[in-house]
Write a protein that binds this ligand. Structure first.
Ligand SMILES: Nc1ncnc2c1ncn2[C@@H]1O[C@H](COP(=O)(O)OP(=O)(O)O)[C@@H](O)[C@H]1O
Ligand SMILES: [Mg+2]
Length: 257
């Protein structure tokens, strides 16, 4: 059974229909990228999954249970299993990097200071930033801040990580770096990744599968290769319209940046 399953989901904001029969199954261990034009509902999909937005009709299943049927307490349990790296998620400027990374752990878990320090070190090492615990966000570049944000998510050891436009605003080198990190976390920790991006280069690089949203539904799913060779004009137009950034990224990757 799929780990995450959207079943005939409907969602509207007033007259604005965002989803009219969304169906999508995501298997454990997959790295799936959701693509689609601006405003089609990609962020809304992630928010419905973690219960930040409710569905109007249909069901979302997580690990064998329909989340609409869960009590608030059970939903909190689900949320603890799903990490999020949201667009523009900011670090707390008045806290050190270490305090930022351990923030969620101090809130929800009983860990002694030594366990906390070890977990923070582990998470920062995974994103390639060991030893920056004592620095402040203002000391970091934009790319480093993104990686610290990712370390804060990973520190909670989620089973699933949702990435909303993780490379937006980053230069090609940092885009490649974040893309590689998403892949390595999925492979080494077995984390199921759900990535939203409009950057096809990054999408092709990090995904085991892609899903394209258009007019309220998933209109195509497939492997990166299947997408590259897609005949569907909507998919082709989207890929071609969003390729340039991707070409930059591939050039950087080839150069080993
Ligand atoms: N909380 C909200 N209230 C009203 N409208 C919203 C809300 N969240 C999203 N929308 C609308 O839903 C549509 C999809 O938004 P979103 O999922 O953010 O698009 P994107 O695919 O760019 O991430 C947009 O038209 C947006 O304006
Ligand atoms: Mg969005």
């Amino acid at each position: 059974m799929a780990l995450i399953d959207f079943r005939e989901v409907y969602k509207a904001f007033g007259p604005k229909v965002v989803y009219s029969g969304l169906n999508l199954s995501i298997e454990r261990g997959e790295a799936i990228t959701i693509v689609g034009g601006s405003g089609v509902g990609k962020s809304v999909m992630l928010k419905m999954l973690i219960g930040l937005l409710t569905v109007d009709a249909g069901e979302i299943w997580f690990d064998g249970r329909c989340i609409q049927a869960l009590s608030p307490r059970e939903m909190t349990g689900v949320r603890q299993r799903i990490g999020m790296l949201f667009q523009g998620a900011a670090l707390f400027d008045s806290m050190t990097v270490g305090e930022n990374v351990s923030y969620g752990l101090r809130e929800h878990h009983r860990m002694n200071p030594r366990e906390l320090a070890e977990r923070v070190h582990w998470a920062l090492s995974l994103v390639g930033l060991p030893g920056v615990e004592g620095m402040f966000p203002s000391d970091l570049s934009g790319g480093m801040k993104k990686r610290v944000g990712l370390a804060r998510t990973i520190a909670l050891q989620p089973e699933v990580v949702l990435y909303d436009e993780p490379t937006t605003g980053l230069d090609p080198i940092n885009t490649a770096r974040i893309s590689r990190l998403i892949t390595s976390l999925q492979r080494s920790l077995g984390i199921t990744s759900v990535v939203v991006t409009h950057d096809m280069g990054s999408a092709f690089m990090v995904s085991t599968r892609l899903a394209m949203v258009h007019k309220g539904q998933v209109i195509a799913t497939g492997t990166p290769d299947e997408f590259r060779h897609a005949r569907d004009p909507l998919v082709r137009d989207f890929i071609e319209g969003n390729a340039p950034e991707g070409e930059d990224l591939l050039a950087v990757l080839r150069a080993g940046g």
